[in-house]
Design a protein around this ligand. Sequence first.
Ligand code: ZN
Length: 328
Amino acid sequence: MSTTPAQELHFDAIVIDGHCDSIGEQLDQGRWLGERSSKGHIDLPRLRDGGVTAQFFACYVPIAFQRHGATVQALDRLDQLLRLADQLPGELVLARRAGDIRLAKTENKVAAIAGLEGAEALDGSIGVLRQFYRLGVRNLGLAWNYRSAACDGVSESRSNGGLTQFGVKVVEECNRLGMLIDLSHLSPAGVDDVLNTSLQPVIASHSNARALCDHPRNLTDAQMEAIAVRGGVVGVTFVDAFLNARNPSRATMEDVIAHIEYMLARIGPDAVAIGSDFDGCNTPADLPDVTAYPRLTARLLDRGHSPAVVRKVLGGNLLRVFSSVCGE
Ligand SMILES: [Zn+2]
């Protein structure tokens, strides 16, 4: 089988997916991610088929545990990712710095970037934040959809709070440690507060453009511009309801392309990334799992985007931010 120029570019590029919920598949569904499965969206063999260099794995704490037992839940989830890396050292490595991602590419391994989806797991303690950092966590979402001790989530529209006093300390400590801060799921006031507090670039790992799809989880032009101007990135996500809020089942890869192109035009080629939310959502039928990535690359090239811009979107931009925040 001969390879196309698009496939050549794709498998040569550093490809980074900014968000997935696959750890939950392993912990809750008993699906070992080291083996190929026909279920869900991600496992290690399919990450390889999709040409993914680095995958962000979120430790999402289910709602029932967000008030009680969140730290243990998050540790249990992180343990699942570290077990995978421990048992398959020739295939998966935990990325603590950018060099780990570059090395994984040359050694033909997949790099895993560990993240917490919500500050509930910190249980109000900066010491616990530092401990998660020591365990290898490099991305922190300050809230899921509801209120955490650090910040309001996007569903808290009644109070529309932003960062708490504790949240400000968390942002400052993340800056000091070299931990990414993730704006996806935050309230509008929370997004503003983080952008005005963080001295480092920030990411919105899985959010689309509000102008194309009017869903509260998507970002306004002003929010995206503020992220971009500070050197951060927005990860276009495949969540069907964030692609087509009125008719999620009608969403296709063309909607993903439309969000990428809108952001490229609006906030520039250095600020656009990808954060699928695989294993955490319903995706378009023509993006059934992570093996679809080479087709996305081919479509972007077909649409006339230069190889340099496509490489930035696929992972170059996320690698730049990861390198500047977490270290080279
Ligand atoms: Zn999410």
